[in-house]
Design a protein around this ligand. Sequence first.
Ligand code: GLN
Length: 522
Amino acid sequence: MRGWTIREISLALRQGHISPSELCQRCLSLIRKTKILNAYITVTEEQAVKQAEDAEKRLQRGNPLGPLDGVPVAVKDNFSTAGIETTCASNMLKGYVPPFNATVVQRLLDQGAILMGKTNLDEFAMGCGSTDGIFGPVRNPWGYSKQYREQLAEDCAVDDSDWVVAGGSSGGSAVAVASMSCFASLGSDTGGSTRNPAAHCGIVGFKGSYGLLSRHGLIPLVNSMDVPGILTRCVDDVSTVFGLLAGHDPKDSTTVQDPFKPFELPDEIDVRNLCVGIPKEYHAPGLSCETLEIWTKGVNLFEDGGARVVEVSLPHTQYSNVCYHVLCTTEVSSNMARFDGLEYGHRSNVESSTEALYAATRHEGFNDVVRGRILAGNYFLLKENYDDYFVKAQKVRRLIANDFLKVFESGVDVLLTPTTLSDASSYMEFIKEDNRTRSAQEDIFTQGANLAGLPAIAVPAILSRRGLPLSLQFIGRAFHDKQLLTVAKWFEQQMKFPLLQLQTPLNNCSELLKSQSSHARF
Ligand code: GLN
């Protein structure tokens, strides 16, 4: 078990073992002590303290708003938050204070959750390491763990100038949960940005079926693929948060119309009637031996549990990267058109003409990754290119979605795949490649679920020989999110992933960490 779960902390709060204010102070203290990880862009200390006081009154009256009342959470800085700066880690939006809350943020607050702050990311969520935002890279707490440091010391001299990347683009949200300064966080997932950092930080990362969580107030990257993601320390917590957030939103016409029924996952899970598919195309070049090993172990576990495991084929997998790139950049080029220096965010001083103002604003406001994607997208959308790129990519997307559909129609319930090719890289290693190449490698197993709108979850499995987390991914049928989470919970129960034990320079927070872990009762 990796620290207090929402269910446990919620019970402790209701029974008065700890007050929301005390819990909030502990989390604030952890945020301060783990500052080196750079997980937060804005810490909303004042609001959090006030929210905790309000929660305390409700709990004392025995009148909590719901299971999240008094529970600290964090939100990626690409969700609009009323009265709180929302930057997307970009100069373009620095200083922008939205007048409204994203629907999912509002729903968290309506449940009494305490917002600890806004978390760090790649600029406009374009990336897979949380290294490409204006506030600097996010560091992975496992890079400071006893488990990793001991291995490093054995293999070579410990080099404190380098650190391990957190994954991305929701790296700040993943680190906030992994380092226990909050109990759940929101990320966004367009091609893997929730599952990837969850995998690298040893926590659970979930994207629901497209249409179950509102995108209203999530600053868009690729509207047809974006979904809010949920990051927690266990699968049960995902289902708690998901149940509170999911469902129709009149402000997002792509959300489902039917009312969403929240669910609890059973504790006793039987996988005997389950059929698990193993996509053969996911044996990709670059898959590390260790990842293959744990994937095989996963297969064996399901077989031993009585499930039927079958090899399946997703024949268009090889095109998913290029297809994602074309669709992503075309939607980016249209989404970014709103940042013209006139309505909100950054405005350049160059005002000789409207065009000059636009150009200078964008040059100063966006990093080269964002500008590169805008250029590529506009190129693909040129009249003479439209059919060859955009229309073709749409067709390929349909083929990719159909691959999944066929597999599920053949009786497969869930797919079991790795989440990433290997464990997290060191920062120096990571930045050797450019943003595009890195995404092509890191998102290889995750982007299919976004192209097809399917639910998918990354579950921590084991530590690599270097002492860093490795994770497996489950992909489910559209709108069978409960089944997916149930299978993921069963797998989690079998794996018993270890607790993060921090060492220098973060050992000053190990006592606090221990007090937030389920091994040390309040
Ligand atoms: N790495 C992918 C990209 O840069 C996915 C990002 C995401 O899911 N937000 O587009």
